[in-house]
Design a protein around this ligand. Structure first.
Ligand SMILES: Nc1ncnc2c1ncn2[C@@H]1O[C@H](COP(=O)(O)OP(=O)(O)OP(=O)(O)O)[C@@H](O)[C@H]1O
Ligand SMILES: [Mg+2]
Length: 206
């Protein structure tokens, strides 16, 4: 795959995420060659290509699952080396898999706070997590009981819980959701939620 998208530094403050001439080889096979991409605040990009074109490989580079053979990654204008997915998440990039990654036997609140449980002394603060999860989901324009186990939810509800989980993980996205919430429009479907984020951020008019 060889592609170039975005115009670096056309937006004040510059891109949030930038790939500069990224290349990736597996052994002798060069899968990505000089891929450049600039993602400005509020933008949604679609990466389209045939099977084996290198889409997943590019996403894995951006989220620290793989390291590039050549080229550079910048987050907020700073060159970074992502040592792994946890490091990437800490810096603000996370790969959201197509499949839903929720623990089916945990409650909605336990999923939203998985790995980031709110402490209360030596135990976890279930009440605060329930309240936080309820608020997070309401902010997305939906109403899902934080006490219910995920197994009992519909697919659409699970996707909303997944978005709420990422929202907790990435504060920047959370701030945009908060803006979308002020629109007072009830948006049930995750696609609608994402669209409202983009409308609010001014990066999407369709
Ligand atoms: N870990 C790996 N080791 C060796 N080759 C790999 C590895 N991962 C991917 N490839 C190869 O790199 C190429 C790009 O794969 P990639 O999964 O990024 O494509 P894709 O665009 O996501 O395809 P699809 O549409 O099928 O998901 C393919 O030829 C694939 O076989
Ligand atoms: Mg793929």
């Amino acid at each position: 795959m060889k592609m170039t998208a975005g115009q670096p530094s056309i937006v004040p403050g510059g891109p949030l995420l930038e790939a500069v001439a990224l290349s990736k080889s597996f052994g002798p096979v060069e899968v990505l060659k000089d891929v450049s991409l600039a993602v400005n605040p509020g933008e949604v990009h679609a990466i389209i290509g045939e099977n084996g074109a290198g889409k997943s490989t590019l996403m894995k580079l951006l989220a620290g699952h793989l390291q590039p053979t050549r080229g550079e990654l910048r987050i907020d204008g700073k060159t970074v080396t992502l040592t792994g997915p946890v490091d990437a998440e800490r810096r603000g990039t996370v790969l959201v898999h197509q499949e839903i990654l929720l623990a089916p036997d945990l409650t909605v609140a336990q999923n939203v706070y998985l790995g980031g449980e709110l402490p209360k002394g030596m135990v976890v603060d279930d009440r605060a997590m329930n309240e936080g999860a309820r608020r997070a989901i309401r902010n997305l324009g939906a109403d899902v009981d934080p006490d219910v186990v995920v197994r009992r939810l519909s697919i659409a509800q699970r996707q909303l819980v997944q978005i709420a989980t990422f929202r907790r993980k990435i504060g920047a996205l959370g701030r945009v959701v908060k803006g979308a919430q002020q629109r007072k429009t009830r948006r049930e479907r995750p696609a609608g939620v994402l669209q409202s984020l983009m409308v609010r951020a001014g990066g999407f008019t369709g």
